[in-house]
Design a protein around this ligand. Structure first.
Ligand code: LLP
Length: 415
């Protein structure tokens, strides 16, 4: 777990700030991020890649809060985006367009235009029709689009099937066998400039070997392209490094980075990586209050005020998140299902957890910084949680809790 969330005198703190005070002041559910944890994770990456030309493109989808984007931008990060909306966020947060790479299988014309006007670093193109569309759109604007092809290396990432992306049967990237032909085609298009190659095989990987297998296949293509006179400026090896939620033992950032550097040894191209989860996952928690303890016939339920709309990962992937009491309580330990108020059996945060808790206690759902708030919704007309960033002894509200009226403000009643 993170060294930035620790107990002091029986109360869990984020850096120097009591999480009980945050719950009191900002209410629950509430996401809390540690600035030091975010900075530390980014810095570990940057230090490990020092000495080689590189760009760390934070995958915005993991957590797109402006304060987080701004923090990473100030540390020198670039950004991996998957929509025009994410580009607008990056720019609003002070990120540099020329450090942005644009991934995704379904880029629309308007998103392409937005990115071309802003002057992004590279489009990671995922299919032949997208190549043609981008060439047309760039041509109509009198621009040349910098591109790399996202290659599908057909490597098993050994992770949850929903977040595995590098297998032949997945919708992502261009087929390995077709990549060279497509590069030839792209190189001949008037409004495209081939600048790189890209792959991303999945998320929450806990071993280095699938990354290495993918890198090897990508580098074999780079060699073939060189032989044909197509020189690349960068090699983008994607994101995907896992974090510890429970008892996983993912490689450390330094170990992973070292392996990438070794694979690229002796090559002139610069390295791009697209980490998301590993930069933010363990830098955030979700605070939630126990509304009711309900003792059923077969199970005990801790009914909390956060639900699957706030943190979707347990319902969607059966994902594990550790849960801690914000204030240690002297009551006896019991086994609980930790569930939200939403009317679905899939609405759970955790199964069968031993907890010494009482009604009204505040819990911290750990490792919730990545794909927590970013995947939240308004299901059941639930306003989305507040977001707070702790910086040493200071606390900043970085997103206000939504107000219910905002949720239907765009709707209309008809005659
Ligand atoms: N680059 C591309 C093209 C991606 O699709 C992703 C994530 C990343 C980078 C960042 O991957 P990371 O370093 O965060 O593993 N909602 C899921 C995770 C979905 C990941 C989607 N793509 C979850 O909650 O586990």
């Amino acid at each position: 777990m993170s060294e930035y969330f620790n107990y002091r005198d029986d109360t869990l703190h984020a850096e120097q700030v009591s999480l009980a005070d945050i719950a009191q002041c900002f209410g629950t559910p509430c996401y809390v991020y540690s600035r030091a944890a975010l900075t530390d994770a980014y810095q570990q990456f940057a230090d490990a890649l020092k000495g080689r030309e590189h760009l760390i493109c934070y995958a915005v989808k993991a957590n797109p809060n402006l304060a987080i984007l701004n923090l990473f931008a100030r540390l020198g990060a670039g950004f991996d985006i998957v929509s025009g909306g994410e580009l607008q966020r990056v720019l609003a947060a002070g990120g540099a367009a020329d450090k942005v790479v644009f991934s995704g299988v379904g880029k629309r014309d308007d998103e392409m235009r937005l990115a071309l006007s802003a002057g992004i670093r590279c489009f990671n193109v995922e299919s032949e029709p997208e190549l043609e569309r981008l060439n047309e759109v760039a041509g109509s604007m009198g621009k040349v689009a910098p591109i790399s092809l996202r290659v599908n290396p057909d490597v098993d990432a050994k992770t949850h099937p929903y977040i595995s992306t590098g297998l032949k049967q997945n919708k992502f990237g261009v087929a390995y066998k077709e990549a060279i032909d497509l590069y030839r085609k792209a190189a001949a298009m008037a409004h495209l400039r081939v600048t790189g190659i890209d792959c991303h095989i999945g998320s929450q990987l806990t071993e280095v070997s699938p990354f290495m297998a993918a890198a090897e296949k990508v580098l074999a293509l780079v060699d073939q392209l060189n032989a044909e006179g197509i020189q690349l400026e960068h090699i983008d090896l994607g994101g995907g490094l896992g974090i510890r939620y429970d008892d996983e033992t993912p490689p450390a950032i330094a170990e992973y980075a070292q392996a990438l550097l070794q694979a690229l040894h002796g090559r002139a191209e610069s390295l791009i990586v697209e980490p998301g989860r590993v930069l933010v996952g363990n830098a955030g928690i979700l605070l939630t209050r126990i509304e009711y303890l309900k003792h059923g016939e077969e199970k005990n339920f801790a009914i909390v005020d956060a639900a699957m709309n706030d943190l979707m990962r347990p319902a969607l992937y059966d994902a594990f998140h550790a849960i801690r009491s914000v204030k240690k309580n002297a009551v006896s330990m019991q086994v609980y299902e930790v569930v939200g108020p939403i009317c679905e059996t899939g609405d759970f945060i955790a199964h069968a957890r031993g907890m010494a808790v009482a009604q009204g206690d505040v819990l911290a759902v750990m490792s919730a910084g990545a794909y927590g708030m970013s995947m939240s919704s308004n299901y059941n007309t639930r306003p989305r949680a507040a977001e707070v960033m702790v910086d040493g002894e200071r606390t900043h509200l970085v997103r206000e809790r939504e107000m219910t009226e905002q949720l239907y403000a765009l709707e209309k009643i008809i005659d």
